[in-house]
Design a protein around this ligand. Structure first.
Ligand SMILES: Cc1ncc(C[n+]2csc(CCOP(=O)(O)OP(=O)(O)O)c2C)c(N)n1
Ligand SMILES: [Mg+2]
Length: 417
């Protein structure tokens, strides 16, 4: 009887989760309280359809944020979009080659995440990584130069789009899903070292069905690691819609014993509040891992070789762009609430554009890596082995013994690095 009652309750819960859909508009947040002194925090009120919770309470719908924070997030989203658009143009001009995955449309996730975390926190994601790399301490020039394969790139022009890192950003990973267990490992370190910080391990709806993702969930829950598994549900994995790939598309419910929160990932105020909630959960309250699902949308194709219109209609993309755009949503809030004029926002747009334009010019002016640079940065500095094999058996590079430059002159047939 008791087990039947449990079954009925769980059915009721899951029915409630599925019955109410999350909304992804970026115009439902209300200004609740505007202080006379605009350097003081404003109180905003999110729509209650901004979140759905699984085995946890909903975040507070009242959000405290300053005018400067809102303007900063606006400027950053504009800058990230400009940077991605510049990459798009450089790719079409054949200056960027190889893989290139853009995150146009998903800016509220990267910028909202950065706004809610601290420099001590760690972030790791898949290949749609350019904005995270800049926001976590990189530069636009460093990202663009990396895409162009130039020395000024964040990986000295030898990594390319998917391989960019900073001390708090662990990439940039090309193998779908592989970053999720690595993220759990980083969170393990944070717990082991008793650091007051969390790791946000991002992955997509397409990665969410992988075995290693569930293995990472299990370990993280078993050891109560401060890991926020963060699903960027942009509704497609390459050309396959979430409905065609996942028997359960409510990704926030898929952590088993890990509680989850589904979030309107097109409204940056909701993403910020969700990130604050997740940080509080994992770091302050030390309640172990949490699953965040940001419902978002990519406007472009999966990568530069995908026009993005064969598996979804142009009308769908157009509707998302014109009605749910995260940048236009925040712009509308700022204007409606009288925090900045249209002119002031236009000036921020212009600043974003010129910052990206000059970064592109500087990146283009940087030379390509030299042939001998192929032998450097292969191993972590100080851990290089005594020799490295090249493409052919005979091609061997030996590290010069410390302080023994003479050897190089005496043995010219052995390459040095
Ligand atoms: C292990 C592995 N399998 C397949 C691929 C090819 N692949 C690259 S991206 C991708 C789709 C992933 O979709 P999703 O996780 O939703 O991320 P999104 O591209 O939407 O950001 C696939 C299957 C890969 N890179 N790695
Ligand atoms: Mg996806």
């Amino acid at each position: 009887m008791a087990s039947l009652a449990r079954l009925c309750v769980s059915r009721r819960v899951s029915h409630r989760i599925l019955a109410r859909g999350i909304q992804t508009s970026a115009d439902t947040t209300q200004l609740h309280d505007k202080p006379s002194d605009l350097s003081q925090p404003l109180t905003l009120r999110l729509s209650e359809d901004s979140f759905q919770a699984y085995q946890c309470d909903m975040p507070e719908l009242d959000v405290h944020v300053t005018k400067d924070q809102l303007l900063d997030m606006y400027k950053k989203m504009q800058t990230m979009r400009r940077m991605e658009m510049a990459a798009d143009n450089l790719y079409k001009a054949k200056l960027i080659r190889g893989f290139c995955h853009l995150a146009i449309g998903q800016e509220a996730v990267s910028v909202g995440l950065e706004a809610g975390i601290t420099p001590e926190d760690r972030v790791i994601t898949a290949y749609r990584c350019h904005p995270f790399a800049v926001l976590r301490g990189g530069t636009i020039k460093g990202v663009i130069a990396e895409l162009l394969g130039r020395q000024a790139g964040m990986s000295n022009g030898k990594g390319g789009s998917m391989h960019i890192f900073t001390p708090t950003f662990f990439g940039g990973n090309g193998i779908v899903g592989a970053q999720v267990p690595v993220g759990a490992g980083i969170a393990f370190t944070q717990k082991y070292l008793e650091s007051d910080s969390a790791t946000f391990a991002l992955y997509g709806d397409g990665a969410s069905n992988q075995g290693q993702v569930f293995e990472a969930f299990n370990m993280a829950k078993l050891w109560d690691l401060p890991c926020v598994f963060t699903c960027e549900n942009n509704k497609y994995g390459m050309g396959t819609s979430a409905e065609r790939s996942s028997s359960n598309t409510a990704y926030f419910t898929r952590g088993d014993k890990i509680p989850g929160l589904q979030v309107n990932g097109m409204d940056i105020i909701a993403t910020l509040q969700a990130v604050r909630y997740a940080r509080n959960w994992t770091v302050k309250e030390k309640r172990g891992p949490l699953l965040l699902e940001f419902v978002t949308y990519r406007y472009g194709g999966h990568s530069m070789s995908d026009p993005g219109t064969t598996y979804r209609t142009r009308e769908e993309v157009q509707r998302m762009r014109s009605t749910q755009d995260p940048i236009r949503g925040l712009q509308r809030y700022i204007e409606e609430w009288g925090l900045a004029s249209e002119q002031e926002l236009k000036q921020l747009d212009k600043d974003a554009k010129s910052e990206v334009d000059s970064a592109v010019e500087e990146a283009k002016a940087s030379p390509e890596p030299r042939t001998e640079d192929l032998w450097t940065d292969v191993y972590y500095k100080g851990t290089e082995p005594p020799f490295m094999r090249g493409r052919e058996r005979e091609e061997v590079r030996r590290a010069p013994p410390l302080g023994c430059k003479l050897m190089t002159a005496l043995l010219p047939q052995v390459h040095r690095y």
